[in-house]
Ligand binder design. Structure first.
Ligand SMILES: [Zn+2]
Length: 391
């Protein structure tokens, strides 16, 4: 494929903008050196980006020869983004800048038994309130929303969600009524968290890693070549329903012995209740017990990690990522033994050579914030690769 003139100039603008964004501060001559573009081209592109308020001149840099260079920075405050995280019993939201950093946070609980239409009404009112606040901050770039389920990102439709109990719900249309001209992005929760991890922590040109979320459900997001890998039906990385034992317990999906039936939060809680002969009433109680470091509790945790490690080793054998990032209950248990134990199981069950250099680490954000930043990043990714630099 040959790139036309317009494609090339857009590609150059994207490259320059992302170089400025990734560097705290950079001069025009450094940009010319890194991109191979001529100094007049760099001057033209940086002028255009400044006119769009996307970069700013930030002061004078150091130089041993000639005039000191003027340094440039990415203007992260020039736009705002709204990120939404919709779950069975609540919707949370944030306003972020272009970093994205959270500027304001919002929460709204609702009855888990309400029908989708009523919940979407609540969500629209919730978004309307945030839109009022955004006006005071910076022009709105777009709204991103994440949900636990299979999402048709092109239609903006939730195809199916076991935790929500929804199927075929048109999310995009119901939000578009109040946002006719604002870009709207929707994606699966784990996919979006993975994208957030990429942009906020692992922002190289090329990244290949998998984010695994272990909570009430188990999901994953694959970042391949720096982008979310969705699969043909947007259903990639449904690791929670990969079979670990075909004679195992019945799963909510109708199959037997899925990974989820061995190490979800629900299963972990019930195993602890059985082993300690207690009843856990609140989630906080579960976290306290999991962090108690008692022998019996640790045995239950290790058993769950044995299964989780096998699920992750299967992912490694299939995808050969450079890194596995873990979120959910293992992160809440938190002490480093969890990560070390899990890493040992992964090493034991993945193919020699594939796991030699693999890193297993916790998500950089906890599960309250990760999905919200992921939702903002959906919008940011679109903007910084297309809209911001379109012809
Ligand atoms: Zn299943």
């Amino acid at each position: 494929m040959r790139l036309g003139f317009n494609d090339m100039s857009r590609y150059n603008r994207i490259t320059v903008l992302n170089l400025i964004r990734r560097n705290v501060s950079i001069s025009r001559s450094e940009l010319a050196e890194k991109t191979g573009l001529t100094p007049p081209s760099i001057s033209r592109i940086t002028k255009e980006l400044m006119e769009r308020d996307l970069i700013i001149e930030s002061g004078v840099g150091e130089s041993n020869v000639g005039r000191k260079p003027i340094m440039m920075e990415f203007n992260e405050s020039s736009r705002s983004i709204i990120g939404l995280d919709l779950r069975p019993d609540h919707i949370n939201g944030v306003i972020t800048n272009l970093s994205p950093q959270i500027l304001k946070k919002y929460e709204n609980d609702f009855d888990i038994n309400l029908p989708p239409k009523k919940i979407l009404n609540i969500c629209r009112n919730f978004l309307n309130n945030i839109l009022e606040d955004v006006k005071e901050i910076a022009p709105l770039l777009g709204v991103g929303i994440v949900l636990p389920g299979v999402v048709d990102i092109d239609k903006g439709e939730l195809t199916y969600s076991a935790p929500m109990g929804w199927s075929k719900v048109d999310i995009k249309s119901s939000f578009k009524e109040i946002l006719p001209d604002i870009p709207f992005r929707i994606d699966n929760l784990a996919h979006a968290v993975a994208l957030g991890e990429k942009w906020l922590k692992h922002d190289k040109e090329r990244d290949d890693f998998v984010y695994v979320y272990v909570g009430k459900g188990i999901g994953a997001g694959i970042i391949a070549n720096g982008q979310i890998y969705h699969g043909s039906e947007y259903n990639a990385a449904e690791i929670g329903h990969s079979t670990i034992n075909f004679n195992g317990p019945l799963c909510s999906c109708g199959n037997r012995g899925c990974l989820e039936t061995y190490c979800s939060t629900k299963v972990l809680q019930s195993n602890i209740e059985n082993k300690l002969d207690i009843t856990i009433k609140r989630e906080e109680e579960l976290w306290e017990i999991l962090n108690s470091n008692e022998k019996k509790v640790n045995e239950v945790i290790e058993e769950a990690l044995d299964y989780l490690g096998i699920g992750i080793a299967n992912l490694i054998n299939t995808l050969n990522p450079e890194k596995i990032i873990i979120g959910g209950w293992p992160q809440k248990v938190g002490y480093n033994q969890v990560l070390h134990y899990l890493w040992k199981v992964v090493q034991k069950h993945s193919m020699e050579g594939l796991s030699d250099n693999i890193e297993v680490e916790f998500s950089y954000k906890d599960e309250d914030v990760g999905p919200l930043l992921g939702a903002s990043t959906l919008v940011l990714e679109d903007f910084l690769t297309e809209t911001a630099v379109k012809n």
